[in-house]
Design a binder for this molecule. Structure first.
Ligand SMILES: [Cu+2]
Length: 247
């Protein structure tokens, strides 16, 4: 972590402690705290389970073959029997992957539709987020408030559901709005209007992550010397935070 990023994190953490808030400094899609993040989490678990099963089957067969058919001292130098063409095997290794792809595609499409087709409730908080070089303008049109780099949204509870709908615009840069605990990553692109919504269950301060090649700062990225990755990680100058307030 470079010094400016460390300073920004420290300031956020200090401010959060001052208000007794939980801080979520690291993006973590396996710790969902909102409905859109739940959908992504469920799809990712299914994908991981299927990938793990494929890994175990392929790795297991490979290991079995290596051990069972290893070269032995008693082997003669003759080539084993060569098998060319097996309808059964070829049908199996065609049909099974097709079925897996269909299942994964349907599960993903269902999650995307669930999130994207959500109707805006009449009492939802409407927010317009505008990306700039290199800061975030947060407008609350119904409240007549404009802030920078901090988005404040209400907590959603079972008794009192609260939704925040974001309109994502950009003035002059490609940023991405991504708080993994609350939802998927959506880009802010000049000339294009994107949208997303949140209904966070836990109060706290969630630090956002921009994953675009947006920054001109050469600040360092731990463990990497690649300029693109270093620049993507230069969060200090375009950092943003989502603060969830109990209603
Ligand atoms: Cu950015």
């Amino acid at each position: 972590m470079d010094s400016s990023t460390r300073l920004a994190s420290l300031l956020f953490t200090t401010a959060a402690f001052a208000f007794g808030q939980t801080v979520y400094p690291v993006a973590n899609m396996f710790d969902p705290e909102a409905t859109p993040a739940d959908s992504i989490y469920n799809v990712s678990l299914l994908m991981l389970a299927i990938c793990a099963a494929i890994f175990l089957v392929v790795g297991g067969l490979l290991l079995f073959t290596i051990v069972r058919f290893r070269r032995r001292k008693t082997d003669n130098s003759r080539e084993p029997v060569q098998v060319y063409g097996s309808n059964r095997i070829e049908i199996a290794w065609t049909v099974i992957p097709v079925l897996i792809v269909i299942v994964l595609s349907l599960a993903t499409a269902r999650a995307v539709v669930e999130v994207q087709n959500k109707r805006m409730p009449p009492d939802a908080l409407k927010v317009t987020v505008v990306g700039h070089q290199w800061w975030w303008e947060i407008r609350y049109p119904d409240l007549g408030i404009v802030t920078a780099n901090e988005l404040h949204v209400p907590q959603s509870t079972v008794a009192k559901p609260a939704h925040t709908f974001l309109k994502l615009l950009s003035a002059d840069v490609a940023h991405s709005f991504w708080v993994a605990q609350l939802g998927g990553k959506v880009d802010l692109i000049p000339g294009i209007t994107n949208s997303m919504w949140l209904d966070p269950r836990q109060t706290g301060i969630y630090l956002g992550n921009c994953a675009e090649y947006c920054s001109a700062s050469p600040s360092g990225c731990p463990g990497s010397r690649a300029p693109a990755i270093r620049r993507m990680a230069s969060r200090a100058i375009n950092s943003y935070a989502v603060s969830v307030i109990s209603g």
